[in-house]
Structures are given as structure tokens and as C-alpha cells.
Design a protein around this ligand. Sequence first.
Ligand code: DLZ
Length: 158
Amino acid sequence: MATALKNLSSYNQDEVPSGEDGIFGIVISEWNTEVTSALLDGAVKTLLDNGVEEKDIYIQYVPGSFELPFGAAKLLDKKRFDAVICLGCVIQGETRHFDFICQAVANGIMEVSLEKEIPVIFGVLTTNSQEQALDRCGGKHGNKGVEAAITALKMTSL
Ligand code: DLZ
């Protein structure tokens, strides 16, 4: 994804399937809440703008991004969802912790999605700095939460 080349949150509504009959889960990490709450706002607004009813959006908080795949799996065990969106923000620190978390989350989300046969969307920012994260949760590079919601809507039509 070449975020330097475009604002990822611009989309053509005609190309997005309506979500009016859909049920969507959102799993959100409590780390870096300034960023993740902005991602959540973007995702929820995008689902609503595309016909999803508020009552059909379920939000589940987890302590950190590492817990997102488990949160998604638990949601999918409880109810039939058309798609689940995982939202998180992992910011590079001084140690290799970042690499382990990012890798585990990406693999975990893919595994849950394939095992449950439901789209589970990777809406996790993995950035070098807080500034880069803020640029991508409603700043100059759009809002990754919007992009994740659009991806979820598109995946429901497969
Ligand atoms: C421990 C940790 C660190 C250092 N950084 C982040 C981060 O930038 N973003 C995030 O979502 N979570 C972070 N965590 C927490 C881990 O995701 C996880 O919650 C803990 O390691 C407990 O399993």
C-alpha cells in the first residue's frame, strides 16, 4: 500500500456493496487509544454511511493488538457476523517487541478468518512513530478505519 501516493479513505460509494442487511463486529485494541478511537469512529461512520444499521454493529474491546485475533474468534463464536474488523495501532519502540506483535497479529487475523470462513479485516496501523499513526487515523493519509470498513463491505459480497 503506497500511503504516500494517496489518501486511502477516498472511495467511490457506487463501487461499495450496500451493508443494509449485514451484521458487523469490530474488535478494538485499548493501546494508543487516541489513534484507535479515531479508527473506530471512521469505521463505524463508514458502515453507517453504507447502509449498516447501528444495532448491527458490535464492538468488542481487547487490551492490546496482540489480543485482536482472539477477540475476533470469540465474537465469531457468539454470533453470525458477515465480517469482523480488527482495529489497532502498534508503534515501533526501542526493542523488537514491535516485530513480534505485528507478525503475530497479522498471522492471527488471517488464521481466524480462514478457519471461521468469515472475512476478518486487518485494520491495524504499524508505524514508526505516533505522528505517522495520527496521519493515518484522520490526518493527511486518511483514516485506516474507513478503509477497513470498506474492505469489510466489499468482502461480504464474495
Ligand atoms: C506491550 C505492547 C507494546 C509495547 N506496544 C503496543 C502497541 O504499540 N500497540 C498495541 O496495540 N499493543 C501494544 N502492547 C500490548 C500487546 O499488544 C499485548 O496486549 C500485551 O503484550 C499482552 O499480551
